[in-house]
Design a protein around this ligand. Structure first.
Ligand SMILES: Nc1ncnc2c1ncn2[C@@H]1O[C@H](COP(=O)(O)OP(=O)(O)OP(=O)(O)O)[C@@H](O)[C@H]1O
Length: 622
């Protein structure tokens, strides 16, 4: 951190502290009084007694500059705090609530931003009277639109991050998410802007003082001192130069500190949509009588209403999953894998999305649960591990604080118990020296360690089903294997079920018991792993297998690519969605969409591939 901020930051921070100390201790310093005339010969240059010289009345310029800093810094700090106090909550509200709240707040804000602020300040101060209070209020209120915009932007970007989604998945309340997850992150850009805002206010106050519209004489202000010295520019330039230089250095320092702090906020974004569940109309679900599966998904559909048309991201997906089993979901990018998981968990945007179908957890229909009820299910019963552990963890909270959160919220543990349990969980996921690890921040851990932490978080309340959305994609190959082994071991120990989304068919083959192959939001092949890999029926699955590299492939072996591009979900081809890319397609595939047929396992194809895909190079080279 010290190195990242650079020496310029520290010099600037020291200067600000020096000016601040001068302002606070001005009356105690062994210097002449700022209003003492003839403290020295008028218009004399810098000397040992008067380091900045004297002005036209023989007053000590150094003392006047030091006392002037009280007004400049006082107005700077006061106006920034006032702007933040009003603009901060408005920005958080707009960024977190979004939609109508955001539109209304930002419409007013944009109008306010379009106002020529300094002219407005001049007019108000001229009308209401030039006093410290009026200047502070006017400059503070004028800063509100910029604060609102900044805090809204920061809130929006952090509300999109996976650690916020992870907190929702753990069933944490909105107010707590705002307070614990978003506010600490927004604090860094806010602190950065506070310094830049102070620079702006100091200049604005200086301008008003120069025009005689700030605090009135005899109280000195930097702008006022520059104004007074104007007439002495020819024979006593130090009277203008001294306050100008101090003001310049202070404004420069504020900007420098603000700018370096801003660099600290340069964090990666996950690209995940913010999620908010609209309250379902139906009352709490009765227990489902049919089927005893742990997780049963029936005809689940998630459709987005977009400007281009209806996007059927998940279109009639059904499956069941038992305890102690791992179900893998595979398919090309955009086939609906992640959306299927989010749809099951009920973590979808509140507007423009239509979810139908049923998700039964031990017979209890989750689609009929209110968001409040889901909070008690997410975390304790359904855990989630995301792709990138860096974005799934809050960068400004310690590992211990993040692990303790679900334990305190859901299991009602006190601070000490939660800490002990957090250490136990870390040990369980194979983290050495868990006690020390609790006090660390995510950036102090390696990628593999971070993913172990997110797994520990997902497991903290003992879920029945663990959803792992590409849990190893962001990790290097050796760590991938360790993490998958860990998931497998934990599944066995805890007798839970795992839903694993993966692009990597070798991983699926090794770790999954059952496989779902998705294409354009639909399940196109489903069955036990051995069946799917050994007796592939759907040409799309076959193409996926042939496109996957294997360690046994000879050197310079050419991988097959799947011809064409994934379909546009708004404008799907007629009949089978895969037919434009399928080598086996015939007329019927264009006119009639195939249903899932059963032959050992389920597949949706009129002309399935008959021969098994062997592991050998000959069959893969066909
Ligand atoms: N908010 C949204 N509005 C409209 N369409 C969306 C929205 N969110 C996702 N989609 C669409 O849903 C489809 C499925 O997305 P999803 O993220 O589930 O794909 P995926 O199979 O997980 O891909 P990847 O492997 O790249 O993560 C995509 O085509 C995407 O364009």
């Amino acid at each position: 951190m010290r190195r990242r901020l650079g020496p310029g930051f520290w010099i600037a921070a020291c200067w600000i502290l020096l000016v601040l100390a001068g302002a606070l201790l001005a009356d105690l310093l062994p210097i002449a009084r700022y209003d003492e005339t003839l403290a020295g010969p008028p218009r004399s240059g810098p000397s040992a007694d008067h380091p900045f010289g004297t002005d036209g009345l023989g007053r000590d310029v150094f003392s006047r500059v030091v006392h002037g800093s009280r007004v400049s810094l006082g107005v700077g700090i006061g106006a920034v705090l006032l702007g933040l106090a009003i603009g901060g909550p408005l920005g958080i509200l707009a960024g977190y609530r979004r939609r109508a709240t955001d539109a209304i707040i930002m419409a007013f804000n944009d109008v306010a931003l379009a106002f020529p602020s300094l002219v407005f300040a001049l007019a108000v101060v001229a009308f209401a009277g030039a006093s410290l209070r009026n200047v502070l209020i006017v400059l503070g209120v004028l800063g509100v639109p910029a604060w609102t915009r900044l805090i809204r932007g920061a809130t929006l970007s952090f509300a999109d991050r996976e650690f916020v989604l992870a907190a929702r998945v753990l069933g944490v309340r909105d107010s707590r998410i705002l307070w614990r997850e978003i506010m600490p992150n927004v604090a860094v850009p806010a602190a950065s802007y506070a310094f830049i805002g102070m620079a702006v206010v100091v200049v604005a106050e200086g301008s008003l003082a120069f025009l005689g519209l700030s605090v009135q004489a005899p109280t000195p202000t930097w702008g006022g001192l520059i104004n007074e010295g104007r007439t002495l520019m020819d024979d006593a330039p130090h009277v203008v130069l001294a306050p100008s230089l101090v003001m310049f250095l202070t404004v420069l320092s504020f900007n420098l500190v603000g700018d370096r702090l801003r660099a600290l906020t340069d964090v990666r974004h996950s690209g995940l949509e913010p999620v908010r569940q609209a309250p379902p109309a139906a009352p709490a679900a009765p227990v489902h009588a049919v089927g005893d599966s742990l997780l049963q998904v029936e005809d689940l559909r998630t459709h987005f209403v977009t400007e281009r048309g209806l996007v059927k991201a998940v279109d009639g997906v059904s499956f069941t999953l038992e305890r102690g089993r791992t179900l893998a979901i595979v398919g090309e990018s955009g086939s609906g894998k992640s959306m299927l998981i989010r749809s099951i968990l009920g973590l979808l945007p509140g507007s423009g999305v239509d979810r139908s179908g049923n998700v039964y957890l031990d017979g209890d229909d989750l689609t009929r649960r209110t968001p409040e009820e889901m909070r008690h299910i997410l975390g304790p019963r359904l855990g989630t591990v995301f792709q990138d552990p860096m974005t799934a963890l809050n960068p400004v909270r310690t590992i211990g604080a993040q692990l303790a959160e679900p334990l305190r919220v859901h299991l009602g543990m006190n601070r000490k118990q939660a800490r002990e349990e957090a250490a136990r969980l870390l040990a369980q996921v194979g983290i050495p020296d868990p006690g020390r690890m609790l006090g660390r921040y995510p950036h102090q851990l390696s990628g593999g360690m971070r993913q172990r932490v997110t797994i520990a978080m997902a497991l903290s309340c003992g879920p029945d089903v663990l959803f792992a959305d590409e849990p190893t994609t962001a990790l290097d190959v050796t760590i991938q294997d360790q993490v998958l082994r860990l998931l497998h071991r934990l599944r066995e120990e805890r007798h839970m079920a795992v839903v694993l989304v993966s692009h990597d068919l070798a991983v699926v083959r090794e770790w999954a018991d059952e496989v779902i192959v998705m294409y354009a939001g639909k399940v196109v092949e489903r069955g036990p792993t051995a069946e799917i890999f050994g007796r592939t029926r759907m040409p799309y699955t076959e193409a996926l297998l042939q496109a996957a590299p294997r360690l046994t492939d000879p050197a310079h072996h050419r991988l097959r690519v799947i011809p064409g591009r994934p379909p546009d979900l708004v404008d799907l081809p007629s009949g089978c969605a895969f037919q434009p890319r399928c080598a086996h397609a015939r007329d019927r595939c264009v006119t009639e969409a195939p249903e899932l047929l059963e032959d050992g396992h389920l597949y949706a194809c009129w002309y399935p591939t008959g021969s098994p895909i062997s592991e050998g190079a000959e069959s893969r080279g066909r």
